[in-house]
Design a protein around this ligand. Sequence first.
Ligand SMILES: [Zn+2]
Length: 432
Amino acid sequence: MIDETTQEFALWALATLQFRVEKTSDRYYALYPKEHQRGQFNGAHRVSFTFDEVLKEDKVLEKVTASSTLFRWIQRQIAETGPAMHAAPLRQPVSQHELQPHLLRPFAVEDGSARVVECRLSDRPVLRLSVRSAGEKSPDPVVRHRYFDASGQELSAELLQTLAMEPLAPRVKRSSRLTDQKLQAVIDQACETGGLSQDEVLAAVVIWCKWAEGHITFRIKGMEAQHPFSNWAQVLVRDAKAVEPFHCAEASQSSYRISASDDGRITVVEALDVCQASQRRVLAGELEQCTASGQKMLPEFLQTCPACGEKAYRKSISVCRHTQLECCPRCMPGGHADPYEKLHLAFEHHPRLQQLMESHGPFEGWDSWRVGEGAAVSVFTAQQKRNQLLLVVDNNDSRIRHAATRTPWQRVWTATPVESLPELAAAAESKA
Ligand SMILES: [Zn+2]
């Protein structure tokens, strides 16, 4: 059983070290050692090897495994090049042109467009440490790779799968960005986090992978929004969700579906809703609910009902002809404000009545007090001989918001200026 990783590693290393290797049959390869090295192969200018079982009749040096003689020779050639060899994935995106469709693929822009306006590609290193491991299907030891980032942290299996770095391209010029000293520090750190001793490592390879960063511009009806991206180029190509969804800070929502509000803000479709009062498309978070109809609308179309304290659509508000209160439909049963409808006899210790007396009392001569409580206001009525008094009082500061009087045979209350109230009491007193 041929171990593909071991085979790939050996052939790639020989190619990178610039040895001439030929495949001579299904099973066999020929290596041509450099002239000065022929002594190491009994003067042979051509050495046959295989990764398969060696048959008796074959004139083959050896079956290459992770601990065979030829493998160890390759390992020594690698070691002579420095702390690590350099490589790049054979296949990976190398231009903005290749990346562009993949960067835009996850986005759907309503009535607009998306464009990659900037895309910078650079090489970032991934460290591959090759170690000798027991074969699973044969007794021969095999090569296994472990991968680490530039800080020495091991890459996750998921990222490795998406990054798809293997196979490696042969003969990549070493980058001058990493000095041997820095490289050795990364290898040391990787060995530490990977739980490897330096002796176990057969070879270290720096794989230069393309990293892409830049931004996408969404354009809708003359408005623009920028969206940054930054990831491995290969991951951006292979994983549609590697570009982050667009984040609308105002709505605190992210999505791949981009749209704009009617007032010209670029956001995500999920953050938009229609104001039922104006039919304008706005950020859903800015809408409030009309307590009467349940419809959502912008605050400018709502008014707080003094009876229930809830907000209702301005156009649904009506005025109680007794109290002049502007109430929501729910608080106008029978056409009158709810607190007026609810008037009931109030005894002296009623807190609202006490509050009224403390602020404006003593209202001498007035009796048969009734009170109807609302969320923001309370309605009071009282009698004195042939006069009836109605007061609408603010629950918060006890301010009299409206006052009116009538006689028992009048159905309609007549508004009375608040400042004339004491006189009203005095007039009633003198008539008696
Ligand atoms: Zn109400």
